[in-house]
Design a protein around this ligand. Structure first.
Ligand code: HEC
Ligand code: HEC
Length: 230
């Protein structure tokens, strides 16, 4: 069989090319999906977009709701924990001590529709998104209010927390910070037992805010909102 050898070689070359194409294609695919995960092609982005989270929490800062926090660059574990707190319908029975609780009429409803995978993917998307330039320009001349010193251990001197599960507060919206600090303070003063619809309680935040006046809360909120979120 004189021509069986070349024939055999041809088949070999073809199959080598075919295998190489599959391997190259496979790696290109991985490289593309790693790239895509970080941008607007990620599944987290798609879910956030479909569920209209971006109407109020747009990471580029367009169409932001004045009282909805920036989520871009926030800690993933913290975002997951917050969504689960909103989702938890059952409030702790009166008199029972608890570590934390959070409710908001709108976010409670939003999170009822989300399963754990959605929550993780959305948290991944927002936490890997870089904060917008508007938030990364710190006003360095603004002196830290005296009572902000007590926040530094948990939230960092300039609002970037060294702990994975504690939130960054640098460059966050001033109005949002005022609302949250006031909510923590009020639940600290009145106790976490009160069954209010919109509220926020956290055992660690209690000693930090219980003695703050409205004016002190405003000063502290202003200071952190002017720090760089990077
Ligand atoms: C209509 C506007 C609106 C939409 C839409 C919306 N949110 Fe919110 N979100 C808010 C507001 C307002 C707050 C602040 C709640 C509070 O004061 O406790 C908030 C708070 C949050 C927080 C807490 C962040 C922090 O720093 O503690 C997370 C996480 C969050 N939203 C995720 C989402 C996700 C995910 C979606 C989509 C499924 C979504 N939100 C849709 C308005 C909105
Ligand atoms: C002992 C640690 C600790 C100290 C001290 C502390 N915090 Fe917190 N802070 C936390 C934790 C933990 C949370 C998350 C609470 C939750 O899960 O609801 C939090 C949440 C917050 C939030 C909500 C952020 C968001 O995105 O919604 C703000 C604002 C905040 N802290 C500001 C402050 C300020 C201002 C001070 C000082 C006056 C302070 N904290 C002191 C641990 C601390």
């Amino acid at each position: 069989m004189p021509d069986s050898k070349p024939h055999c070689n041809l088949t070999n070359t073809r199959s080598v090319r075919f295998t190489a194409a599959i391997i190259v294609g496979f790696f290109c695919n991985i490289a593309f999906s790693v790239y895509a995960q970080q941008g607007n092609e990620s599944i987290g982005y798609k879910i956030a977009n479909e569920r209209r989270c971006l109407l109020c929490h747009n990471p580029t800062g367009v169409n932001d709701h004045p009282k909805a926090p920036y989520l871009a660059g926030q800690k993933k574990a913290y975002l997951v924990a917050q969504m689960n707190q909103f989702k938890k319908r059952q409030q702790a029975p009166p008199g029972m001590r608890r570590v934390s609780e959070r409710h908001h009429y709108f976010m409670d409803r939003q999170t009822q529709l989300m399963d754990q995978d959605d929550i993780n993917l959305i948290a991944e998307y927002f936490s890997t998104y870089k904060c917008i330039p508007l938030r990364s320009n710190a006003v360095k001349s603004l002196p830290a209010p005296e009572k902000a010193k007590r926040c530094a251990f948990c939230h960092g001197q300039y609002g970037i927390s060294p702990f994975d599960t504690y939130p960054n507060i640098a460059g966050q919206k001033e109005l949002y910070l005022i609302d949250q600090l006031t909510a923590f303070r009020d639940s600290a003063v009145h106790g976490s037992k009160e069954n209010r619809k919109d509220k926020r309680f956290h055992r660690m935040m209690v000693p930090a805010v219980i003695d703050l006046s409205a004016a002190e809360i405003e000063d502290i909120a202003k200071y952190y909102s002017k720090q760089s979120c990077e």
